[in-house]
Write a protein that binds this ligand. Structure first.
Ligand SMILES: Cc1ncc(COP(=O)(O)O)c(C=O)c1O
Length: 367
């Protein structure tokens, strides 16, 4: 009898639901026959990429007939200088998403445990599912990571702990000392993945120094990305910083040309553009304040956020509310998939985008 394709595939794939990204603007406009819509669904940088990155991209275009530098020499050295680590401690990824997957494939086998929060970045759960690892899912406390409970959930079978700070989709951040103490309290033989995709949005006094632990020889892999504050989401480039032996191990699994020459060139330039980062932070802070106040004026509960998005409880089904907002040309993310059935995640946009979003919310909620 012919085997079904599904039966040929890894059994762990059967329970895997594809990641559902925010709808592209073009798709929404085509489906609804509208134009001038606003996408505040994927925590992107509303200011766009750094002008320095755009210039570097133009220059790099003429060389795209060549394979990229598979070792990402220039960018890894630039990141090493930027963060005071050696290039051997830096690993480039096709977005930090790829590095999450690599670390899972590198360490997790059926029977191994991966510990992460119940309402955190969905890819941790996908990675555990994909590898057949046991998912040890720890509920949030007051919508933030419950580090004590996570510590208690660690056993001798735990191979990876995933921790997003600030957390997606809540936007909450844990005090730096608490994170550092948590990492120090973990058994030294597992790998702690500290996912800092929104790190640059944190005020200085809320930034944990996970790199210090890396330098102290701890098995900590710090993940950062160029997709958020650096405005390069479309190019797919992120990086990890970890002990050289961990980076070397992950490099064995990495596809030889996992990051493109364009992405490497743009990221190297974007890293130098401190002004663009500062402008983005200022815009984000002002926009977050505006959106929070306006949502609260509409009677909605807003989770205090340290990132470039807000989790908002609209007090009615989030999926239907998000559909209604689409008809007003505003794309947000319903959060039912994360167990927040009455919440929307709204990324901070430009002042105009934020106003459009509040106007549409007001219309949809009938206030
Ligand atoms: C917490 C967190 N980690 C990782 C990522 C992946 O980002 P990228 O693959 O674009 O670097 C995201 C993207 O939304 C995120 O929110």
């Amino acid at each position: 009898m012919t085997r079904r394709l599904e039966d040929l595939a890894s059994p762990y794939l059967r329970g895997l639901t594809p990641y559902s990204p925010g709808k592209p603007i073009e798709e929404v406009e085509r489906e609804l026959g509208i134009c001038d819509s606003v996408k505040v669904a994927s925590n992107e940088n509303p200011l766009g990429p750094s002008p320095l990155a755009v210039t570097a991209l133009r220059e790099a275009l003429a060389g795209v007939h060549r394979y990229p530098d598979g070792g990402g020499h220039t960018l890894r050295h630039a990141l090493g200088r930027h963060w005071g680590v050696t290039p051997a401690e830096v690993l480039l990824g096709n977005g930090s998403n790829e590095l999450l997957e690599l670390v899972g494939r590198c360490f997790l086998l059926p029977g191994d445990e991966a510990v992460y929060a119940a309402q955190s970045f969905i890819v941790y759960d996908m990675v555990a599912q994909l590898t057949g690892a046991t998912k040890v899912v720890v509920p949030l406390r007051n919508l933030a990571h419950d580090l004590e409970a996570m510590r208690r959930a660690v056993t001798s079978r735990t191979k990876i702990v995933f921790l997003a700070n600030p957390n997606n989709p809540t936007g909450t951040a844990v005090p730096p000392r608490a994170i550092e103490a948590f990492l120090e309290s973990l058994p030294t033989d597992l790998v702690a993945v500290v996912d800092e995709a929104y790190y640059e949005y944190l005020p200085l006094d809320l930034r944990p120094d996970a790199l210090r632990l890396v330098q102290g020889g701890r098995r900590v892999l710090v993940l950062r990305t160029f997709s958020k504050i650096y405005g390069l989401a479309g190019l797919r480039i992120g990086y990890g910083i970890g002990p050289a032996d961990l980076v070397a191990l992950l490099n064995r699994l990495r596809a030889p040309f996992n990051t493109s020459s364009l992405a490497q060139a743009a990221a190297t330039a974007a890293l130098q553009d401190l002004q663009h980062v500062a402008n983005t932070r200022a815009l984000t802070e002002a926009g977050r304040k505006y959106l929070t106040e306006q949502c609260q004026a509409l009677g909605l509960r807003v989770v205090p956020s340290e990132a470039n998005f807000l989790l908002v409880d609209v007090g009615r089904p989030g999926a239907a509310t998000s559909e209604a907002l689409l008809r007003h040309g505003v794309i947000v993310r319903p959060m039912g998939g994360y167990g927040f059935s009455t919440h929307l995640r709204i990324s901070v946009g430009t002042a105009r985008e934020n106003e459009r979003c509040i106007g549409a919310l007001r219309a949809v909620l009938g206030s």
